[in-house]
Design a protein around this ligand. Structure first.
Ligand SMILES: [Zn+2]
Length: 169
């Protein structure tokens, strides 16, 4: 058995803990759809998201993460499901919550953070890990305008805004 960095990979572990949510390529998990392309500070957000989705899913319903990544400083989640309207709604709510949490959680360490602009990149960071300048809330993708990409098989991509000002975290 080879002990390397792969054995410490929380992303791979997350995928293997939730085989119902991820289609994982055994040899190369990092090349699988849904492999989280973000730092460890958001691990807890993703763990909770996976649990919520598992709870929402009923027998015979399917779910798959298509893409999980950091974009514009916050979490971007693409997913695909074959489920009832109520399950879809519960999953959508769980994803919105995860995205909203990422907007105020340092991507590096998981502490409370806020959006910073660093050499043209947007990053959510705590004071310790911040580089660059804080972005005023009305310019950033904070709580007031969290965008979520919802992609369904065979349909065009749909963007819409979450307008909840104070999500329950
Ligand atoms: Zn931090």
């Amino acid at each position: 058995m080879r002990w390397g960095s792969n054995d410490m990979d929380w992303r791979r572990d997350l995928m293997l803990w939730h085989p119902r949510l991820f289609l994982t390529t055994a040899e190369e998990p990092s090349r699988s759809f849904g492999y989280p392309h973000c730092e460890r500070g958001w691990q807890d957000i993703l763990v909770r998201l996976c649990r919520r989705i598992e709870v929402a899913l009923r027998d015979g319903e399917t779910f798959e993460f298509v893409r999980i990544k950091q974009k514009m400083g916050i979490l971007l989640v693409d997913w695909d499901t074959e489920a009832s309207k109520s399950t879809e709604s519960a999953i959508g709510h769980a994803v919105d919550l995860a995205v909203a949490r990422s907007a105020c959680t340092c991507e590096i360490c998981g502490a409370e953070g806020r959006l910073h602009a660093n050499k043209g990149w947007l990053e959510t960071r705590c004071a310790e890990h911040a580089a660059g300048d804080p972005v005023p809330p009305h310019l950033g993708q904070g709580f007031d305008n969290v965008r979520r990409l919802r992609r369904r098989r065979g349909q065009a991509s749909v963007y819409y805004a979450l307008t909840t000002a104070t999500p329950t975290l």
